[in-house]
Design a protein around this ligand. Structure first.
Ligand code: NAD
Length: 526
């Protein structure tokens, strides 16, 4: 990770979330987490409340200063400092070097609410919590307000707070241009910050339209406002979340809003979100005035390594998924794993299978990395995600660039595991996530190849072991074999009577096989 800073210091009132946020930062950065209060208690062999009662506050502050000196050289550390630690300027001075110093801000009434159940806060005993908090806050206010990074924790989940801190931490970090043959694709932690600069390179127009759904928009709105400020005229287009809104009615409503906004051929159209927003946004951008500059910012892992790349846009029509659409490649795509912080863990996990698929198709190194760092990836370790997202995305983009409109056949390799996955999704009435179905599909594809004598023996076992370590399912639904075979028979990628399967011959070498008789597939499923 490119950063001159070696630690993050969290300061703030009791109840501001220092420990929760600190632990989360530790998890996603893979750093050490130190809570100075806990360290002091450990060394003193008694709780802080007893240190206060038996030795008084000045003695405690001395211990804090000692702790600050001890932690000054801590490398790759998140330090949650006692709320009053920086009332001693020396403690701040000692700790602040090479650190991002953060104040976690919250109103006293919020702090009081969060602390309602706390019994281990000596400064809060025997008085009305809120009044006492206000009193303490007033004493420390100047110090808190002087800290370089102010993060408002009001109405924000710990994940959102961590995201805001890391946007500051990675501020100025250059994103990597990972592909530029079908539009520019940048990857990197906080690459989102570079959006205005990259748009300025594209167009002189200071008008932008932004499409998001009503789940994601509240999470990113502030960042958009901060990035674009007054200089830009913005049209936020917020649609309800869900597949049902990938519809002609929604597309029409967006065309109308763009027209009323005065969008012209140079107005960038940004789609930020999951696959629904990406598909619908791409379709609207492709069709409005015969195509306006389209910018994709996928915010799910699946989106960053698959659905947000490759130029397929679509809406559903008369109950048929993706019936109307076009190929329209985004002029600019930003892959920023910091968005994944607010995504439910199960969704991140589910996206790992598409990433592994990319590795199996063309990047043995990616497969090795995922195998070696499975638990980090599962926990949402950001440096690991940053590396793997970039690698997996490049695999897809390279395949797409050789077959941009799915004509020459190369693109079919992206369906590795998907003939099985679609059947699994269908028989589970879409109760299983797409990525989970792909995980099972990858193993079945390798098993099919092994049974046909075309795949390196043992590959399915190897993949199964990796997917298990990634926490993904590896077995097809029990008792559904015939149903799954029926779904495969109606696969839209069928050629005459033959059904196409992509199998891995070995890692880095996919192949298409066509089967008319599914007897061998039945055996694998059973
Ligand atoms: N174009 C392609 O190549 C392609 C490929 C695969 C799938 N798709 C399409 O993708 C769609 C499915 O996409 P999906 O699974 O991403 O669903 P989705 O777009 O409905 O997103 C799922 C939910 O996650 C929320 N979300 C997204 N990012 C978030 C974040 N960072 N934090 C918190 N919440 C977040 C969204 O707001 C949404 O409510 C389908 O319509 C499918 O057809 C397209």
């Amino acid at each position: 990770m490119k950063t001159p800073r070696k630690k993050i210091l969290l300061n703030g009132m009791m109840g501001s979330g220092k420990s929760t946020v600190g632990r989360l930062l530790k998890e996603v950065l893979g750093w050490r987490f130190v809570d100075t209060d806990a360290e002091i208690e450990k060394r003193a062999g008694k709780p802080i409340s007893r240190i206060f009662a038996e030795e008084g506050e000045p003695a405690f502050r001395k211990l804090e200063l000692k702790e600050a000196r001890r932690l000054a050289g801590c490398f790759n550390c998140v330090v949650a400092t006692g709320g009053g630690m920086f009332t001693q300027p020396e403690a701040l001075q000692v700790l602040a070097e090479n650190s991002l110093v953060v104040h976690l801000a919250a109103r006293p009434e919020t702090l009081a609410r969060r602390l309602a159940a706390a019994e281990d806060r000596p400064l809060l005993e025997n008085v009305q919590k809120r009044e006492r908090l206000e009193e303490i806050y007033k004493k420390r206010q100047k110090i808190y307000e002087s800290l370089p990074v102010q993060i408002d924790t009001e109405n924000r989940s710990p994940e959102q707070v961590v995201q805001a801190i890391l946007r500051r931490f990675f501020s100025g970090q250059e994103p990597e241009l990972i592909f530029d043959r079908l539009g520019e694709v940048y990857s990197g932690l906080n690459s989102f910050e570079h959006l205005p600069v990259l748009i300025r390179k594209m167009t002189p127009v200071r008008k932008i339209a932004v499409l998001a759904d009503d789940v994601l928009w509240p999470l990113v709105k502030k960042d958009f406002e901060r990035l674009f400020e007054e200089e830009w005229e913005r049209l936020p287009l917020v649609i309800p979340a869900g597949e049902g809104y990938k519809s002609p009615e929604q597309a029409e409503s967006l065309w109308t809003q763009l027209k009323d906004f005065g969008a012209d051929r140079y107005t960038p159209f940004i789609a930020i979100g999951g696959g629904v927003v990406g598909d619908l946004g791409g379709f609207v951008a492709a069709t409005y005035m015969r195509g306006i500059p389209f910018i994709q910012i996928p915010t799910t892992l699946l989106g960053q390594v698959d659905s947000g790349l490759g130029g397929k846009t679509a809406i559903n029509y008369q109950g048929v998924k993706n019936l109307i659409g076009s190929f329209y490649h985004a002029a600019l795509t930003l892959l920023d794993p910091l968005f994944l912080l607010t995504l439910p863990k199960a969704e991140v996990q589910s996206g790992l299978s598409e990433m592994l698929k990319a590795g199996i198709l063309a990047e043995p190194e990616l497969v090795d990395f995922m195998e070696a760092n499975a638990s980090e990836l599962q926990q949402g370790h950001l440096p690991a995600l940053e590396w793997t997202v970039g690698r997996a995305a490049r695999v897809k983009l390279q395949i797409v660039a050789e077959d941009p409109r799915e004509r020459k056949g190369k693109r079919i390799f992206l369906n590795l595991g998907h003939t099985f996955a679609h059947a699994i999704e269908s028989v589970s009435a879409y109760g299983i996530r797409h990525g989970e179905a792909v995980a099972i599909g990858l193993i079945l594809a390798a098993k099919l190849g092994e049974s046909l004598g075309k795949t390196e023996p043992g590959l399915s076992q190897k993949l199964q072991a990796i997917l298990l370590r990634l926490g993904l399912p590896t077995e097809p639904p029990a008792g559904k074999t015939e149903e799954m075979l029926q779904v495969m028979q109606s696969d839209k990628k069928k050629k005459g009577k033959r059904i196409q399967f992509v199998i891995p011959v070995k890692i880095g070498e996919p192949r298409v096989v066509e089967l008319e008789d599914l007897g061998i597939v039945r055996k694998i499923l059973e």
